[in-house]
Design a protein. Structure first.
Length: 270
């Protein structure tokens, strides 16, 4: 069972990042997690790298701003600043590995230009390249509790095991779990039925409300978004790893699209 002891919140000092930090603090409270707030910066002028005084000034200014951001939120959780020089995506993934991070929380403003459409945002790329769970928080999304969790299901053979991980979060927040399977024509599915979810609810998590919802749609992402809109979903949960090479390619594409376009917080479990 997953334990959320250490949370990493990267920031570029934007309002989107500040909002994700506030959300992370509220999200972490039931777990009593430690939070590390990371800023990665690159001097824009190469000559700075040869000017130790200028580099020290940049580091000091960034450190002061980082501490100011941390102090702006009142909490009894342990908060720690972390400042690094490097490339954001690579550095975030490396810090997550070396610091034994359990969850990375990042903000996103969606896709605003062609480059982001083609290559993805920093948060989407951290989700794709990293080995840690990622919680992506859309801009202007404030934490108001989590009452309904949508679990995007593909009816795989280990669905009950995956659902048990979702139950960890549902238990902490007192939320209902809505298992959602989008039935797209011409896809082969494992022979797993609603019985899997019913058995899970009765045996593994009798205190939870677990429902199974199968909907028809021309696209998985479209079906999931329609369900979210119709059922007042507060958190969407998706899994990034699957058995076959084809499944990895297919599902990573869906998860990436949701990360770029989600309107509610998206938790991607690895």
């Amino acid at each position: 069972m997953k334990v959320i002891k250490n949370i990493l919140v990267p920031t570029d000092f934007s309002e989107v990042a500040d909002n994700a930090y506030r959300y992370a603090v509220a999200f972490a409270a039931p777990f009593q997690s430690d939070i590390e707030v990371l800023h990665v910066f690159r001097p824009h002028i190469d000559s700075y790298m040869n000017d130790s005084m200028m580099l020290d000034e940049l580091r000091k200014a960034a450190g002061n701003r980082l501490q100011k951001n941390i102090d702006a939120v009142t909490t009894d959780l342990k908060l720690s600043p972390r400042l690094e020089i490097g490339f954001p995506i690579d550095t975030i993934c490396e810090v997550a590995k070396t610091d034994n991070i359990d969850l990375i929380v990042m903000g996103t403003h969606g896709v605003h230009n062609l480059a982001e459409q083609l290559f993805g945002s920093v948060s989407a790329n951290v989700m794709r390249q990293g080995k840690r769970d990622v919680l992506i928080v859309p801009e202007n999304q404030t934490f108001a509790g989590i009452k309904n969790i949508a679990f995007a299901s593909d009816l795989s053979k280990n669905e009950a095991e995956l659902l048990a991980q979702v139950a960890l979060f549902a238990n902490k927040f007192g939320a209902a779990i809505h298992c959602v399977h989008v039935n797209v024509q011409d896809r082969d599915l494992y022979a797993v039925t609603e019985q899997v979810f019913e058995e899970f609810g009765q045996i593994t998590a009798p205190s939870l409300v677990v429902t199974f919802n199968e909907i028809n749609s021309h696209s998985v992402t479209g079906g999931i978004n329609d369900f979210i809109a119709d059922h007042e979903i507060d958190l969407l949960v998706m899994f990034a790893h699957h058995d076959s090479v084809w499944d990895k390619l297919f599902h990573s594409s869906i998860t990436r699209k949701m990360a770029l376009h989600t309107k509610i917080p998206l938790l991607v479990l690895k």
